[in-house]
Design a protein around this ligand. Structure first.
Ligand code: ARG
Length: 283
């Protein structure tokens, strides 16, 4: 029995070797294989979502100067980018089954990076304004904040209304909606637009500007560690500022997939939890 088995096995092996040689020596036998290789190229032509899944990675662009949305934090002696936007980005990547790569850049350059294909999406507390909607697509709004005016604590009693800012310099982040708020709601003040929020706070501390406009959560995060700065009593015209994710125009499947994840995170209140956790991380 065992001998018979061995003979059968040897016969099979021989047959396989012969078959193997056959395909190797016959040039025509390679034709189907070459045809098969066209497959990846075909999927390359698929949707942006297909391409991302095929590569196994999605690249997000953000301006990590915006606690609690996105900011730098040293964790185990390593500089990391954290925040609730980043957690949302991780959840998106996880739902797509791909790795997440984060690219930190100036807020002002985010949409250009999206356009050039340097990043696949942008999450950066970005408000889907009609103007931006002309050049990129947005998901639904996943978080809404209000705008506040920050001043030096010593000026709190002096600067109580928009009128009090007449002839003074007011800071806002370059390329952000706050620039427009200063221009439209404080026409008598001089706008000073600066790339990074952290630098704006410094300008205010160093008296290079007398006030600045930021979203409330961001004001809260910076003010908790800068006791010389406070939120002023100035009432801006209610200017809600929703945040949405931006993707390059023409990828409805990607927007749909992202909206699904956002729906889930909003319905089960995960986003609120992430905001609280991110605020706790602000030092
Ligand atoms: N919501 C504002 C805007 O869309 C400000 C966002 C600033 N984001 C940031 N990561 N610095 O223009």
């Amino acid at each position: 029995m065992t001998k018979n088995k061995i003979i059968v096995m040897m016969f099979l092996c021989l047959a396989l070797i012969v078959a193997g040689c056959g395909t190797k020596t016959a040039p025509q036998a390679q034709a189907p294989a070459a045809g098969g290789e066209q497959k990846p190229a075909d999927t390359q032509k698929g949707t942006k979502l297909d391409q991302i899944k095929k590569v196994g990675k999605i690249v997000v662009g953000t301006s990590a100067d915006y606690p609690p949305y996105e900011f730098h934090k040293e964790i185990n002696k390593k500089d990391e980018i954290v925040g609730f936007d980043i957690e949302i980005a991780k959840a998106l990547a996880k739902d797509l089954g791909v790795q997440l790569e984060i690219k930190d850049m100036k807020f002002d350059g985010l949409l250009a990076a999206l356009d050039s294909g340097n990043v696949d999406f942008v999450i950066s507390g970005m408000t889907p304004t009609p103007e931006r909607q002309k050049s990129v697509d947005f998901t639904k709004i996943y978080y809404t904040a209000v705008q506040k005016v920050v001043v030096r604590a010593e000026d709190k009693d002096k600067i109580k209304s928009i009128d009090d800012l007449k002839g003074k310099k007011v800071g806002a982040q370059k390329g952000a909606t706050q620039e427009k708020i200063v221009q439209e709601q404080m026409p008598q003040s001089e706008l000073k637009a600066i790339f990074k929020i952290s630098d704006l706070m410094l300008e205010l501390k160093n008296k290079k500007v007398d006030a600045l406009v930021v979203e409330q959560p961001v004001a809260g995060a910076y003010l908790s560690k800068n006791k010389d700065l406070v939120v002023s009593d100035i009432a801006l015209k209610t200017e809600d500022s929703g945040s949405a994710i931006a993707v390059k125009k023409g990828s409805p499947e990607l927007v749909d997939a992202m909206n699904k994840t956002l729906d889930k995170l909003m319905t089960d209140k995960t986003i609120d939890k992430l905001v609280t956790e991110a605020n706790d991380q602000v030092e």
